[in-house]
Design a protein around this ligand. Structure first.
Ligand code: DX5
Ligand code: ZN
Length: 217
C-alpha cells in the first residue's frame, strides 16, 4: 500500500516557515494545524498565514481545523487552495453538508475524531468524505504520547473501506514516531501526520525513515 507522510508544521520554527517548508519537500503533504483556543486550549493562526504557506509550499496543504464553527470557516481554506480540509465531527453543525461544499470547491473533505469520539455513528457518512483522521492524542499540542487505545477505530474503518471499496484515506495524527507508525499502519492507517519526530534532527532523513517503517510493517 502506498503511504503518505505529512509533516506537521506545528513543530516547525514559526519565524522561518519558508526555510522549514524547504526542509520537508520530500514529504507528501504539509499538515497545517489551525487552533482557535476554543475547540482546543491552544492558538495557532488562520487563513492569512495559511494562504502564505500555500504560496510558499511546493507540496499540497493538508489543513486540520481544530476550531469551533468549521461550517463557517472551512470553505475559506478550500478557497485559498488547500488540497484537503479536515474538520472535527464534534464541532460541525452539519458535517455532510460541509463535506459536500468542500468537495464542490475542489478540496478533499476530511472528518476528524478525537480519541474519545466513537466511529460507529459516522460510518454511514464515509461516502461523503475523502479522508478520516483518527486522532492518536488529544488535539491541541504537539509532542504528546501516542494513544494505542485509538487503534480499534482504525480497524473498524479499514474493514468498512475493504467492504465498500471506497478510496478513503485513513489518517493518524499525534505521537507518530518510527515505532508507533508501525502500530498505526498495522491497524490500517495509510496517511501519517508527524510533527516532533520530523522536525527533531534532519527532516528529510526522518521522513524517509517514517516512510520505510510504514511501508515495511
Ligand atoms: C495536535 C496536532 C498535531 C501535532 C502532532 O493537536 O493536531 O498535528 O502537530 O504533533 P506530534 O507529531 O509532535 O505529536
Ligand atoms: Zn493535526
Amino acid at each position: 500500500m502506498s503511504v503518505r507522510i505529512n509533516p506537521s508544521i506545528l513543530a516547525a520554527d514559526f519565524a522561518n516557515f519558508e526555510r522549514e517548508l524547504g526542509r520537508i519537500a520530500t514529504a507528501d503533504l504539509v499538515h497545517v494545524d489551525i487552533m482557535d483556543n476554543h475547540f482546543v486550549p491552544n492558538l495557532t493562526f488562520g487563513t492569512t498565514m495559511t494562504e502564505r504557506l500555500q504560496q510558499l509550499s511546493t507540496i499540497p496543504l493538508d489543513v486540520h481545523l481544530m476550531i469551533d464553527d468549521p461550517d463557517r470557516w472551512a470553505p475559506d481554506y478550500a478557497e485559498l487552495g488547500a488540497y484537503s480540509v479536515t474538520f472535527h465531527a464534534e464541532a460541525a453543525r452539519d458535517a455532510p453538508a460541509l463535506a459536500r461544499q468542500l468537495r464542490s470547491m475542489g478540496a478533499r473533505a476530511g472528518l476528524a475524531l478525537k480519541p474519545g469520539t466513537p466511529v460507529e455513528p459516522y460510518l454511514d457518512l464515509l461516502p461523503e468524505f475523502d479522508q478520516i483522521l483518527v486522532m492518536t492524542v488529544e488535539p491541541g499540542f504537539g509532542g504528546q504520547s501516542f494513544m494505542p487505545e485509538t487503534m480499534p477505530k482504525l480497524r473498524v474503518l479499514r474493514e468498512a473501506v475493504a467492504r465498500s471499496g471506497q478510496d478513503l484515506w485513513l489518517q493518524v495524527d499525534g505521537g507518530i514516531t518510527e515505532d508507533t507508525i508501525v502500530i498505526a499502519a498495522e491497524a490500517g492507517a495509510d496517511t501519517f501526520v508527524a510533527g516532533s519526530s520530523v522536525f527533531r534532527g534532519e527532516p528529510a532523513d526522518n521522513i524517509a525513515a517514517l516512510r520505510a517503517a510504514a511501508e515495511g510493517h
